[in-house]
Design a binder for this molecule. Structure first.
Ligand code: ADP
Ligand code: ZN
Length: 734
């Protein structure tokens, strides 16, 4: 027997605290209190604050003298945080090199939900009240209260009397109060309503998913199929199987795809609206959903990235729709990839996870070709349900435009197609992934360019607001009437197109057409975006002009022309996924044309007609494009064939940041499997008033990169003014 150094150590509890530190920290269990189970949410003293924390599964440190521990605060009266979610916190903290407490905050993002739920006073008949002498009206009230205790207002309504009658009974002690928590009636989707007869290919895919659901087996699937091939129908069938088995389902969608269209479709299939979780959900509803999820009362949630952290109990299925979408990667705070984290959570839950996409990410495709436990099984739906062929894509070569035409941004070919579409009475969509009116403002007299004082970036002209605006920080200024450099009046020249400018051009060309603009500037909430999309659906819009907000998941039967104003926009820059993402985005936009009986046409304007992305779009040969991309990544040892991390140091003083970055780079362990590139100024060298230096770490696939980085950066102390942001497997290269 090893002597117990501190006999009291059985009374220590280890707690992860919602502070940007790893933990767990040890606390002393006060005398007479039972040992809380792991997952119990507690209040603990931390520094001079009281913070929320969660009792962790780890054993307390043996060698800590309990006499020096601070006492554990009260345990909250809610069910413990599920084990799977605790594992997920550990996993994501490890993979992203983030403090565990900061990751825990994602799981406890709704602090209000931890407080006791709201209660109401309901009234029930006192003993003997029914036998007492009562008026007819009073008797009605008492009878109603016998059926079900209710609030005075509800009782009055049910009995068809005034509240004064109820009040009199309460004053006379014929009705007594009882405290009740407010119960929300959560919609219960009915899996038996799902009734689509799947075609052969769909049924085969569905069977694979349903098998895994029934077997409660963890397995990752890729549901790979062109738009309209029935991916949604197939995963709906798996959700139905999951609900029938009495388990719960979580569906993740890109924020913008969470429009009323998806919910309406779900409602048609399952009979009720789904519970949704995204940025627009108000805090009181958030609280209720979070709490109900923890209490096991919510059968299904559909949400954006952050829904992954909901404490849903006993998950039977996770779906990640549009799995390639970059919004699943969080770039700030805890830089995690929600798709990867969803797979991890499904592993802990012991349930299948379905990734669905018409343009799967390279990471996922490569994982389908792998052997071993990380393999993803690929289920292919090769064709559109029904017969509509995919729309032909025509490349419009902008290099051959005559200079005379350079006043506008729409090529004659595209204008002619727009005209023809309007004459047919159909709808058109113009896509340009750039907000505002013009990306660059300059003085015609002296050439002065307007730039952000806080960032290394030009200011974008926004005509709707008559302001120049920085898209990286909040800076904006009124459109100037004179040049700050040379003083010339009214010499502002706006260079290049943004969506607002395209909308102007369209209105000028087709004054009678009904146009609408959809960007994050015109629609700041999901509701406003939905209103515009409803306009498309109800045919009150002829031409819709928009940014990537228009790209996703919408289905408009009369939309037969899609024009991409600048197909090259996403191809520049040092982003390793630039080509892949451009292809995915343009493919998705193109897919908006001719989704129903009517055939569609897609025109893409480009200065790079020979670029592999343009060729792949024109030929419709996705697989060849993907194969070339995979080869390039393989040759370069880039993800998923190697690992990458970006370390950005930032601070208010440029010299200090540079020296800190040099210092950090010199401290890098020598390892033949790892290359540290830089430091060099980050592409956006100044952001929100902070100077930025970047180090890129490239490692062989077998390297445990998070551990390597932790060992490296852990031994270098940063000055308080310097911030180090680590992004393992970055998607953002700015
Ligand atoms: P995806 O998710 O791959 O874009 P959807 O599931 O949205 O495809 O299917 C496209 C359209 O075809 C939808 O309107 C859907 O209801 C319909 N559809 C797909 N499969 C079937 C089927 N087996 N029976 C009837 N309609 C189907
Ligand atoms: Zn700025």
């Amino acid at each position: 027997m090893i002597p117990d150094l501190f006999p009291d150590s059985r009374r220590t509890v280890s707690v992860v605290v919602t502070a940007p530190l790893d933990g767990p920290f040890d606390y002393l269990l006060p005398e007479g209190r039972p040992m809380p189970v792991p997952g119990t949410v507690v209040a603990v003293p931390f520094g001079r604050q009281v913070l929320h924390g969660v009792v962790w599964d780890t054993r307390p440190e043996k060698a800590v003298d309990p006499g020096r521990l601070r006492p554990l605060g009260s345990a909250l009266d809610i069910p413990p945080l599920p084990w799977t979610l605790r594992r997920l916190v550990d996993h994501v903290a490890y993979e992203t090199v983030s403090p565990r407490g900061q990751v825990l905050k994602l799981a406890l993002s709704t602090p209000g939900a931890l407080e006791p739920p709201r209660t109401v006073d309901v009234f029930t008949p006192a003993i003997g009240a029914a036998g007492a002498k009562l008026t007819a009206k009073q008797r009605q009230v008492v009878e109603q209260a016998m059926i079900e205790p209710r609030t005075p207002a509800d009782l009055a309504r049910a009995a068809g009397v005034s509240t004064a009658v109820v009040k009199k009974l309460i004053d006379g002690a014929a009705l007594v109060s009882e405290t009740r928590t407010v119960e929300e009636a959560w919609p219960v989707p009915d899996p038996d309503l799902v009734s689509v007869t799947l075609n052969e290919g769909q049924a085969a895919a569905s069977d694979r998913l349903k098998d895994a659901v029934a077997a409660r087996r963890h397995q990752a699937f890729l549901l790979d199929g062109v738009p309209g091939s029935g991916k949604t129908e197939v995963y709906f069938s798996a959700i139905a199987a999951c609900l029938q088995a009495g388990r719960r389902a979580l569906i993740l969608l890109p924020e913008i795809a969470l429009t009323s269209q998806w919910a309406a479709r779900f409602a048609r299939a399952f009979g009720v609206n789904p519970i949704t979780w995204h940025a627009d959900v108000g805090s009181s509803r958030r609280r209720k959903i979070w709490r109900a999820a923890l209490e096991g009362k919510v059968p299904l949630v559909v949400g954006a990235r952050s829904a992954l952290w909901l404490p849903l109990q006993d998950l039977g299925l996770i779906v990640v729709d549009e799995e390639h979408d970059s919004s699943f990667k969080q770039d700030e705070g805890v830089p995690y990839q929600a798709r990867d984290a969803a797979i991890a959570r499904a592993r802990f839950e012991n349930c299948p996870v379905v990734l669905a996409s018409a343009t799967p990410s390279l990471e996922t495709i490569v994982a389908t070709e792998r052997v071993g436990p990380d393999r993803i099984e690929r289920l292919v739906l090769p064709e559109r349900h029904g017969s509509a062929p995919p729309p032909p894509v025509e490349i419009v070569d902008l290099r051959t435009r005559t200079p005379r035409r350079s006043i506008g941004f729409l090529a004659p070919r595209l204008v002619a197609q727009l005209r023809a579409t309007l004459e047919r009475g159909d709808q058109a969509l113009l896509f340009l992934n750039r907000r505002g009116y013009a990306p660059l403002s300059l003085c015609r007299a002296c050439g002065h360019r307007f730039r952000c004082p806080n960032c290394s970036a030009w200011l974008t002209a926004h005509r709707l607001r008559r302001r120049l605006q920085c898209h990286h920080c909040g800076f904006s200024m009124p459109e100037p009437d004179h040049c700050p450099e040379c003083g010339t009046i009214d010499a502002l020249a706006l260079s290049g197109p943004g969506v607002e400018r395209i909308a102007d051009e369209v209105r000028h060309l087709f004054p009678k057409a009904r146009t609408a603009l959809l960007t994050s500037d015109t629609a700041t909430t999901a509701g406003q975006a939905a209103a515009v999309l409803d306009g498309m659906e109800n045919r009150t819009i002829d031409i819709l002009i928009g940014t990537q907000m228009v790209a996703k998941g919408h289905h408009f039967p009369d939309l037969t022309l899609v024009g991409v104003v600048d197909g090259d926009l996403g191809l520049g820059g040092g982003d390793l996924r630039a080509a892949e993402r451009s292809f995915q985005l343009l493919y998705q936009v193109a897919g908006r044309a001719g989704r129903a009986e009517k055939p569609g046409t897609v025109l893409i304007q480009t200065h790079l007609p020979d670029h592999p992305v343009m060729r792949a779009l024109a030929s419709g040969d996705r697989d060849r494009f993907v194969a070339t991309e995979i080869e390039e990544r393989m040759d370069g040892g880039l993800p998923p064939f190697g690992r990458l991390a970006s370390l950005i140091l930032s601070g208010p003083n440029q010299i200090d940041v540079q020296s800190a970055a040099r210092h950090l780079s010199l401290a890098a362990p020598v390892d033949p499997r790892v290359r540290v590139l830089g430091p060099a100024p980050a592409p956006i060298a100044l952001l929100r008033g902070r100077w930025r230096e970047r180090l890129l770490v490239q490692a062989a696939p077998e390297v445990d990169l998070p551990a390597w980085i932790r060992a490296w950066t852990g031994q270098v102390k940063q000055h308080a003014s310097i911030q180090l942001s680590i992004d393992v497997d970055p998607y953002d290269f700015l």
